[in-house]
Design a protein around this ligand. Structure first.
Ligand code: FAD
Length: 286
């Protein structure tokens, strides 16, 4: 018996008939068939405003200097964030599971989705939470407002899986997605599941699509049970406070860079044993 989940998909593609649009429909159908409640924030369809500016803070006096973080804090505390932002925050609080879905554009998320994060992840809600002192650097990286909830990415990329492997020229996919998985999702508390990545997506034909859809359905059926990426918790003892450096000797030999912040011996998704065969690579899931 799969426990009922509330799932929010934040979808960032301008064309509903795109590959991304078709995969979103597959995900929604699969989730609803399991009895989950699903809501979709379709950012282009909503004409989402992606830039942070004065209009976001209607209670800020006209002659006041705009300091975005301070204005965000005041507006969140006073309940004066704009209605579109409040509505997205309400959805995040409602959902047990957040999925961000997007095509990889210039090695990152489309600007409209970054703008959703910039505006919705307000000060006091997603950052600036908890005690900040010499003894504690806030509730973040595994703690915070969204702790206890899960999140994952659905990403399509034009490049091959090999190009995003440990020695691939594009850089390892886990490193490219680290700022999103660790910096945006883990930061306010989410447990982050391994991403679902479609490689060679521009070359996908109907048979390739069916293979990808089958893998996506499988991932949608294991959202509650898939182990999250084992990012280290800020306040779990692995980091020195207040300089927030990983204590020496905790890492596996030879590990450096972003991988330092994943607990010992967890398989990275760009390691050779997770690479499919060359023919499978177009439909591979990382
Ligand atoms: P679409 O163009 O909609 O479709 C892709 C293919 O899937 C088409 O051939 C389509 O026929 C086929 N398809 C099969 N079945 C279906 C179905 N049922 N419904 C719809 N289509 C189907 N790639 C990288 O790897 N790294 C980058 O940094 C990068 N930067 C980019 C920057 C920009 C500005 C752009 C425009 C592209 C970039 N790309 C990059 C490529 C990009 O990631 C892909 O074009 C994108 O992921 C493809 O997804 P889509 O939904 O737009 O596909």
């Amino acid at each position: 018996m799969v426990p009922n989940m509330k799932v929010l998909i934040v979808f960032a593609h301008p064309e509903p008939r795109s590959l991304n649009g078709a995969l979103r429909d597959v995900a929604v159908e699969a989730l609803q068939a399991q009895g989950h409640d699903v809501r979709v924030s379709d950012l282009y369809a909503q004409s989402w405003k992606s830039d942070v500016d004065r209009a976001d803070f209607p209670s800020l006096p006209g002659d006041a200097r705009l300091a975005p973080a301070a204005a965000s804090k005041l507006a969140f505390e006073a309940g004066t964030l704009t209605a579109d932002v409040k509505s997205e925050i309400e959805k995040l609080l409602w959902a047990d599971m957040l999925i961000l879905q997007f095509p990889l554009w210039w090695f990152s998320m489309p600007a409209i989705l970054k703008g959703w994060v910039d505006r919705v992840f307000a000060y006091g809600f997603a950052y600036g939470v908890g005690e900040h002192s010499e003894k504690r650097w806030g509730d973040r990286y595994g703690e915070g407002t969204l702790a206890g909830k899960r999140a994952m990415l659905i990403v399509t990329a034009g490049g091959w899986q090999e190009h995003y492997s440990a020695r691939g020229i594009n850089g390892p996919i886990d490193d490219l997605l680290f700022p999103i998985n660790h910096g945006i999702l883990y930061y306010p508390g989410y447990d982050v599941l391994p991403p679902f990545v479609v490689y060679k997506s521009d070359k996908l034909d109907e048979a390739g699509f069916e293979a990808v859809a089958a893998r996506l359905r499988e991932r949608m059926s294991t959202l509650a049970t898939t182990p999250p990426i084992a990012y280290r918790r800020q306040n779990g003892g692995d980091y020195l406070i207040p300089d927030m450096q990983l204590r020496s000797g905790l890492e596996d030999p030879g590990v450096s860079g972003f991988a330092l912040h994943v607990g010992r011996s967890q398989t990275r998704h760009d390691e050779p044993d997770t690479l499919g065969s060359a023919t499978e690579a177009s439909a591979a899931v990382a």
